[in-house]
Design a protein around this ligand. Structure first.
Ligand SMILES: Cc1cc2nc3c(=O)[nH]c(=O)nc-3n(C[C@H](O)[C@H](O)[C@H](O)COP(=O)(O)OP(=O)(O)OC[C@H]3O[C@@H](n4cnc5c(N)ncnc54)[C@H](O)[C@@H]3O)c2cc1C
Length: 433
């Protein structure tokens, strides 16, 4: 075999294509947009990100997180997606957030400039017979998803929801305050609520009209991306311990924490649009405007994008994938990205990196390689391989996936040790490559 087909030019597909290209392989990259859009993608750009513009936290000095470790590993591995994200970053405290247009523009440009990547703007509708990577994402087109049923067996469906985005100039700045939590930076606009305002808002949210019935596949929401109305429905105070948590936010007007607060985070490079952090929603569109305009400061907010609900497609990884992310029943097909059963932008990218490098091994006639178990990428793959299939749930990177450490107390200390081991292991692995 001398070339490979990649289906889906999202985060994972572009990462895989880049890794293959730089190893001298010929790639045919199929992307169905802009001819056929998904319910969430709006453009024809490669690696379009469709919801939050945050790619999660970064390791800064002593503040080590699993998401930060994963980013360090991607950087060491020369990840295209991470480098474009860093070039298009916008301020977001300890997180890596991007100007989404600049980010996808950069990825598109870099992929288009690789002479050995041929971009084909078509929907791929069947199972490939040739060496291929399927990275068609959570919104895989219906015909390909149908074809995959044949070999992927039970697919998992669950539902995610996107948060609305508003124009900054439409925020009434006299009612809000700018500050990070615990005074860290000034990357967030906070909309404070008193108890009365909160209870009124909560009631409106719970009773607002939804696109889907209240009990519709409730257990199929992914906990990390639960619609705000579904969180509210769990109890009067659940929002105050979730997306409306006031902890560490001191309102300069009262010098106290408010009863509850909605946080807005910059969504583009110029700081002209902001998203409602944690407010992914499946409410009917006019209802979103009505209810979210009750938030102090957002009475006249101009919504540039409203939230939507979407189906999420991914396989039951431990049942159908081998340790190199190939389908057990069709060894010529790798999966990459969210469809493997990981969740999140960086996690999907990492699965693109792993599948891309291993596919290049096949093209070069070399043995497949296994990622070090104690790295973040290796820990994600380990999770995909070893979870009991009947309990399998899509997963973000977290410290719980790393190998257990004995006799280490304290989260900070554990995170630091995991980080040091992971980075050392990955460096050795990359050197051996
Ligand atoms: C609405 C929504 C909101 C989300 N919110 C977040 C969030 O806030 N934070 C987060 O970390 N993650 C979020 N995710 C998950 C996010 O999509 C993934 O983390 C990441 O984009 C997945 O990367 P991927 O490369 O696997 O898929 P994608 O980035 O979706 O790329 C898949 C690509 O394949 C193309 N495609 C599909 N079928 C075909 C076909 N048959 N032929 C050719 N091309 C095809 C699509 O057009 C798309 O470009 C969200 C997902 C969705 C759908």
């Amino acid at each position: 075999m001398s070339s490979i087909t990649i289906i889906g030019g999202g985060l994972a597909g572009c990462e895989a294509a880049y890794q293959l290209s730089k190893r001298g392989c010929e790639v045919s990259l199929y992307e169905m947009r802009p001819n056929l859009l998904t319910p969430a993608h709006k453009t024809g750009m490669l690696a379009e990100i469709v919801c939050s513009n945050s790619l999660g936290s970064e390791n800064i000095n002593e503040r080590i997180t699993a998401s930060g470790i994963l980013k360090e590993e991607l950087e060491l591995s020369d990840s295209l997606i991470l480098s474009c994200a860093k070039e298009s970053r916008v301020p977001a405290g300890g997180a890596l957030a991007v100007d989404r247009e600049k980010f996808s523009g950069l990825v598109t440009q870099r992929i288009e400039s690789c002479a050995n990547i041929h971009i084909i703007r078509e929907e791929y509708t069947h199972l490939p017979e040739e060496l291929a990577i399927i990275s068609s994402g959570p919104l895989t087109s219906d015909s390909l998803a149908e074809a995959m049923k044949e070999i992927a067996g039970e697919r998992i469906y669950f539902y995610d929801a996107v948060a609305p985005v508003i124009m900054r100039e439409s925020i009434d700045m006299s009612k809000v305050f700018v500050s990070g939590r615990y005074g860290r930076g000034d990357d967030y606009i906070n909309c404070p609520m008193n108890k009365e305002e909160y209870l009124r808002f909560h009631d409106a949210l719970v009773h607002a009209e939804r696109n889907l019935p209240h009990d519709f596949e409730r257990d199929k929401y992914f906990e990390g991306c639960m619609p705000v109305e579904a969180i509210a429905e769990r109890g009067t105070n659940t929002l105050r311990f979730g997306p409306m948590k006031p902890r560490g936010l001191i309102d300069p007007k009262t010098n106290r924490e408010p009863y509850a607060a909605v946080q807005l985070r910059q969504d583009n490079f110029y700081g002209t649009i902001y998203n409602l952090v944690g407010f992914q929603t499946g409410l009917k569109l006019p209802e979103q405007k009505r209810v979210f305009s009750m938030i102090p400061g957002l009475e006249n907010a101009e919504f540039v994008r409203l939230g939507v609900m979407h189906r999420n497609t991914s396989v039951n990884a431990p049942a159908v994938l081998d340790e190199w992310l190939r389908l057990k029943e069709r060894k010529n097909i790798f999966l990459a990205g969210q469809i493997t059963g990981v969740e999140g932008y960086m996690e999907s990218t990492a699965m693109g990196l792993a599948a891309g490098i291993n596919a290049s091994m096949i093209l070069e006639g070399k043995d497949l390689i296994s990622w070090p178990r104690d790295s973040a990428v290796g820990s994600l793959i380990h999770y995909l391989m070893t979870t009991e299939p009947s309990h399998f749930q899509p997963m973000n990177i977290n410290l719980g996936l790393f190998p257990e450490l004995v006799n280490v107390r304290g989260k900070k200390e554990r995170a630091k040790i995991h980080r040091d081991i992971a980075i050392e292991s990955l460096k050795a692995f990359l050197n051996a490559l």
